[in-house]
Design a protein around this ligand. Structure first.
Ligand SMILES: Cc1ncc(COP(=O)(O)O)c(C=O)c1O
Length: 443
């Protein structure tokens, strides 16, 4: 983004209105060309979905409808319930599960922690707080930062999350989990929650969910799965077996805005025990009284199941995307992305200048420019981003900075993959030389 574009956002509060055509022109000049670029087929940074035209149309319709989906008895709420039922079907959870379409997996994980906390300590915790109860939760060291933040926001403290070591393939060490639960109990702490990861953010690893489910059953713990992007891979018959055990979860958090290609933002929480979710959030208020008929009918309302009252009609873009493209097609996109990830891994293995930095279990490839240090890997990522040809991000594995390609976008093709190795090698070989901005593709 050029400096003069940034300066375009320095104007004070507009007191008087302007012609919409002028404002649209400003949008075209200042905003549209300078997005992060995740619609582009060669955008492989972080874990970003590509969006769809039907999702865009749904956003337009939802904006026009201007529905408030905190509660009341209207079709947008029925549509959201149907999306949650579809999600439960995809995950193998019972049709009576409850849930919400939320902003993303960060919010969905927070809701899960709050439901699990209330289930562990009883509804009184909502009035009295956790008091002296020292709840502990367990996840692998590969868990996304939002899991620790959820414990922090729930008032349990992020230290309450035990981060357990992973094996060589990035899956939680089950002996370490068992040992931590037993020793915490012996020390008078209250283990209450295990968070499995289905598709880890760094390398796409999935914990042994069936083993985690058995462990939770043995110790009477809440079993939650952070399946931010992994869940959608369950729509592929070829990938589904990787997630065996998901169907035994007490709750699952995931995103439609990643692999399901729904425009931002659209995450989802599904909770097996509908009463448990309601017990964690429902509260009476005179101005939200429920009635047997009229607009105030139709319990439970979304406000009974999560933290928001006013909320938009996010479910419409999910409903339309799934209805137009079909769940099978979305599963094929996930499968295609995993094939592209393997193709890149093979090209890296065949290049003497590059080295793979982690096994490729799903759609994420981590690698290094072999002759470079950590700063070189970061410089390569930044050079490529600024040049606009291919976008990679970085992460840190075993203390070393690595380049990371995450295949999420339905538009990415084999030809995009084949351009990556030459681009990275050229950027690495010319470390310190400013990128060629003339190649900018104009996302
Ligand atoms: C495994 C995992 N959990 C949670 C999140 C956070 O999801 P969101 O950005 O939708 O809040 C991500 C995001 O990439 C993720 O990969």
């Amino acid at each position: 983004m050029p400096e003069q574009v940034r300066d375009g956002f320095a104007a004070p509060l507009p007191r008087a209105g302007r012609d919409a055509a002028d404002v649209y022109e400003a949008y075209r000049r200042l905003i549209a060309p300078y997005g992060v670029g995740n619609r582009h087929p060669a955008f492989l940074g972080w874990v970003h979905g590509g969006g769809t035209a039907i999702g865009m149309l749904a956003e337009l319709l939802a904006g026009g409808l201007n529905a408030n989906c905190g509660g009341r008895d209207h079709a947008p709420i029925a549509c959201e319930r149907q999306v949650v039922r579809w999600a439960a079907e995809m995950l193998g959870l019972p049709a009576e599960s409850s849930g919400l379409v939320v902003s993303g997996t960060s919010t969905a994980n927070l809701i899960a922690v709050l439901v699990a906390r209330t289930a562990a300590l009883g509804a009184d915790v909502r009035r009295a707080g956790v008091r002296e109860a020292r709840l502990t939760a367990y996840a692998s060291a590969a868990a996304h930062l939002c899991v620790a933040r959820a414990l922090d926001m729930a008032g349990l403290g992020s230290d309450a999350l035990r981060l357990l070591p992973c094996d060589a393939s990035g899956r939680m060490d089950l002996d370490a989990l068992e040992g931590a639960i037993v020793s915490d109990r012996a020390a008078g702490l209250v283990p209450f929650l295990v968070v499995g990861t289905a598709g880890s953010v760094d390398i796409g690893a999935t914990d042994d969910l069936a083993a985690l489910a058995r462990c939770c059953a043995r110790h009477s713990l809440w079993f939650h799965v952070d399946a931010a992007f992994g869940a959608i891979a369950m729509l592929s018959p070829a990938l589904r077996p990787l997630f065996a055990g998901m169907e035994r979860a007490d709750s699952v958090a995931f995103d439609f805005h990643k692999w399901a290609q729904v425009p931002y933002d659209a995450g989802c929480i599904v909770v097996r025990d509908a009463a448990a979710q309601r017990a964690a959030f429902a509260r009476e208020a005179t101005y939200l009284s429920r009635h047997a008929r009229g607009l105030a009918a139709g319990e439970p309302w979304p406000v009974d199941l999560g933290p928001e009252l006013s909320r938009g009609f996010r479910a419409l873009k999910v409903w339309m995307t799934l209805s137009v493209h079909g769940a099978d097609r979305i599963g094929q996109v996930a499968e295609h992305c995993c094939k592209l990830a393997r193709r890149l891994a093979e090209a890296i293995a065949a290049s003497p200048a590059l080295e793979l930095a982690a096994p490729v279990a799903l759609n994420i490839v981590c690698f290094r420019y072999a002759a470079g240090d950590d700063a070189t890997q970061a410089a390569i990522a930044a050079d490529l981003q600024e040049a606009g040809g291919v976008v990679l991000s970085t992460t840190i594995l075993q203390g070393r900075t690595v380049l990371r390609a995450a295949f999420v976008n339905h538009r990415t093709e084999a030809s995009d993959v084949d351009a990556i190795v030459p681009a990275v090698v050229a950027a690495g070989d010319s470390d310190g030389v400013p990128p060629d901005h003339t190649r900018q593709l104009g996302f």
